[in-house]
Design a protein around this ligand. Structure first.
Ligand code: FMN
Length: 441
């Protein structure tokens, strides 16, 4: 078990989580394709004992996309590049089950897992944007529910392939000319509605058995999927009360799915706005907020609703009635935006601007934010956080230099690593090979 009471990952998001982070003076404006920047953010996280870096992704862009999404690294490629440059930190990448072949994904992730000595993770997403279909020679983007049905089979195949070889299958006995033990090689022979895959996979397992599974969907189907398959979930967080509710719900669903509550870790997003004093915090918040124009904020909001055109509405009228718009895209996120706008009586302008730079509970002096983190851990709202600074420059450095030491002092954080593998670091068990387990029974 890891000795950290709170675990951190950092979102490797080019210049940062804010849509216009690239305009900030403290990051290179080409950060999303700047390897030195990725490496420096990762190295700092590793020095601080962070459990993992997390690379998000999307498969469709247009002129209204977030600027730094227009040219960014493919997740597994950047993780493969970071693997030999690091030695302890986990490497988690986003890959879509709607637009990939399980055999290819199983192979790529297993390769990163072996190159890194058991530090790989997969953030399983189903791709919210309809335009993705046009980039993958498909007539139609599968709808929200169908996407999760496909994901269900996809992950079964990938995890099945990952067990193709028992851990001691490769004997490589040169003297007797025996490379492997045939009894320990397993074909999958999967025949589903969407995938038919024979196997075996042409790479064996790593020090952690299998890469860990992350998931970020929060709709009914999304959270049921996570409860069944995920080792860790990435959530939107919200208020302390909302996070506690989501945490309890996820653990309960995991138990209902026949797993232990501890087998699934919950990581809300944490976008800190911090400073020495409350005045500095306010100033920094205003600075970040002013990185966008209202037109840009409308485009940002629109992306969640599959690039819905919000310029057609009156900016200062109440947030428009949208019916089902958004349901087939980022469903849980758009449901939440609609709910909040209604509940707080927000105009379209207010909603759009808030979305780009939301005020969160993690806004305050260094000490205040460290105390908020402690409260979230103590009250059962999180097992850890995916740190997603609006800008991966000063704000990030200040978090590491000022907030982390406070957590260490309070006994909530340890900058050393508990294990060489990502599973071990997260307090998760080695993933036994399904066939080896059967042999032992
Ligand atoms: C915190 C968070 C991070 C996400 N990151 C990604 C991402 O990097 N790429 C992606 O395609 N979808 C991402 N998603 C979208 C989800 O994977 C999912 O497709 C979407 O939310 C719709 O599913 P849902 O309605 O079940 O939530 C993210 C969602 C959340 C809540």
């Amino acid at each position: 078990m890891t000795s950290k009471k709170v675990q951190f990952g950092v979102m490797l998001h080019g210049p940062g989580g804010h849509m216009n982070a690239w305009r900030s003076a403290d990051v290179p404006s080409d950060a999303s394709t700047n390897f030195e920047h990725y490496l420096s953010v990762t190295k700092r996280a590793e020095d601080a004992g962070f459990s993992f870096v997390f690379v998000a992704d999307g498969l469709y862009i247009n002129e209204k996309s977030i600027p730094h999404f227009l040219s960014r690294f493919e997740p597994l490629t950047i993780l493969a590049a970071l693997a030999p440059m690091t030695s302890r930190i986990g490497l988690v990448g986003t890959i879509s089950t709607s637009y990939s072949e399980p055999f290819t994904i199983a192979r790529q992730l297993a390769s990163i897992d072996k190159i890194s000595g058991g530090r790989a993770g997969w953030n399983v997403v189903t791709s919210p944007l309809e335009g993705s279909a046009d980039n993958f020679s498909k007539d139609k983007h599968p709808d929200h529910s169908l996407r999760y049905d496909i994901a269900e089979e996809h992950i079964e195949v990938v995890q099945g392939l990952w067990d193709s070889w028992e851990d001691d299958a490769f004997v490589r006995d040169a003297e007797n000319n025996r490379y492997f033990d045939k009894e320990k090689m397993h074909e999958l022979n999967y025949k589903g509605e969407f995938f038919q895959v024979k196997g075996p996979l042409n790479i064996d397992r790593s020090e952690q058995g299998q890469p860990i599974i992350f998931q970020a969907g929060a709709s009914k189907k999304g959270s049921a999927f996570a409860a069944k398959h995920a080792d860790a979930v990435f959530t939107n967080g919200g208020t302390l009360e909302q996070a506690k509710e989501a945490y309890k719900d996820m653990k309960q669903k995991a138990v209902e799915a026949g797993r232990g509550a501890d087998e699934i870790k919950v990581f809300p997003v944490l976008s800190p706005i911090i400073g020495k004093s409350r005045e500095e915090v306010r100033e920094r918040y205003e600075e970040i907020k002013n990185l966008v124009t209202v037109e840009e904020a409308l485009a940002y909001l629109g992306r969640y609703f599959d690039h819905h055109d919000f310029t057609q509405y009156d900016l200062d009228a109440p947030f428009p009635e949208l019916g089902d718009v958004g349901k087939n895209s980022f469903q849980s996120t758009t449901d939440e935006i609609k709910r909040r706008a209604k509940e707080e009586n927000l105009t379209l302008r207010e909603t759009a601007l808030q979305e780009t730079t939301r005020e969160t509970p993690f806004m305050g002096t260094y000490e205040e934010v460290a105390e908020t983190i402690i409260t979230w851990i103590d009250e059962g709202a999180a097992d850890g956080f995916v740190l997603t600074p609006h800008v991966l420059g000063e704000l990030y450095n200040d978090f590491l230099d000022e907030v982390i030491p406070h957590l260490v002092e309070k006994g909530y954080y340890d900058t050393s690593y508990a294990s060489d593998t990502l599973r071990g670091e997260l307090g998760l068990k080695f993933k036994e090979n399904r066939y080896a387990q059967k042999t032992r029974v």
